[in-house]
Design a protein around this ligand. Structure first.
Ligand code: MG
Length: 112
């Protein structure tokens, strides 16, 4: 698979992985969210005592944990029959509209 595979291809691959192993029975949303949270914890652990810049943290290990997070997000999206790419695009469109460059450039976002 290409390194720049579209999210839809990755979601299809995750679905095939699950189907081939007959694991859909274990991929209920609650279980997937708990697994996702665990992977976020593994990613956070890499940075736990590092400098704020992340200097010294292995980018290989960070990439592995970030991949685990995305894979569980894809499994969750599949379990919910949700197009994650469309959801991300819609949210980014909303963020573009909410945080207009002319209004927020070089300023920290504030709670609305
Ligand atoms: Mg992991």
């Amino acid at each position: 698979m290409k390194s720049n595979a579209p999210l839809s291809d990755l979601a299809a691959r995750a679905a095939a992985f699950t189907a081939e192993r007959d694991w859909a029975q274990f991929h209920d949303p609650k279980s997937l969210i708990l697994a996702l949270t665990g992977e976020v914890g593994e990613l956070a652990e890499l940075f736990q005592w590092a400098a704020p810049s992340g200097e010294g943290v292995s980018t290989t290990r960070a990439g592995e944990e970030m991949a685990d997070v995305l894979i569980y997000l894809l499994h969750l999206a599949n379990a919910l029959d949700l197009d994650l790419g469309a959801a991300v695009t819609a949210k980014m469109d909303a963020n573009d509209a909410r945080f207009a460059v002319t209004d927020v450039r070089s300023t920290a976002p504030r709670k609305a």
